[in-house]
Write a protein that binds this ligand. Structure first.
Ligand SMILES: Cc1cc2nc3c(=O)[nH]c(=O)nc-3n(C[C@H](O)[C@H](O)[C@H](O)COP(=O)(O)O)c2cc1C
Length: 155
């Protein structure tokens, strides 16, 4: 079985840290989805939440990637308004055909939302998502959480 591909996008660095630590733990490649929208400032913050709720897919940059080399995908994202973050929606839509039949797991970083509504929303939009776990910013044992996440994926 091939290594999973870890795909992340991050505005303030939390998802990036999680993705990089997970990559080291699994010795798996880590791929960044770059958000091309300027999201600095209060009004752009509000607009970003609006884009998430209204399920927008916004412009991205990324390096070339061969998804055929990976049997499964782990997505690491921030939670935005209890929805998929728009640049990752773009990535999922852009690679829809290459992702067909590959299981997708999500590790989502957030400040304090409940995970249940997010998981329902995500699985309604992306039925390929087989597993989703939250990592709150207040988490003090990130290494332990990542090990539990990996163990849960292997069940
Ligand atoms: C537009 C926007 C909406 C957000 N909505 C939520 C939310 O619904 N629930 C929550 O717990 N955190 C929310 N957050 C906080 C982020 O999920 C949290 O800070 C995350 O750890 C940031 O990850 P990053 O540093 O990789 O960007 C939101 C942040 C932004 C920018």
């Amino acid at each position: 079985m091939n290594k999973p591909l870890i795909v992340y996008t991050s505005r303030t660095g939390h998802a990036r840290t999680l993705a990089e630590k997970l990559g080291k733990l699994l010795t798996a490649p880590v791929h960044e989805v770059i958000d091309r929208i300027n999201r600095k400032g209060f009004f752009r913050f509000l607009f970003s939440g609006f884009q998430a709720v209204t399920k927008k897919a916004t412009p991205i940059d990324e390096a070339m990637i061969d998804l055929s080399q990976h049997d499964s995908i782990i997505i690491v994202v921030p939670v935005w308004a209890s929805n998929m973050v728009p640049p990752m929606r773009t990535w999922l839509q852009k690679h829809r055909s290459e992702l067909a039949n590959k299981p997708i797991a999500i590790l989502a970083t957030c400040k304090g939302s409940d995970s249940e509504p997010y998981i329902k929303t995500i699985q309604a939009e992306f039925p390929q998502v087989t597993y989703c776990k939250f990592c709150y910013e207040s988490e003090t044992d990130i290494e332990g959480l990542l090990k539990r996440f990996v163990a849960e994926l292997q069940k």
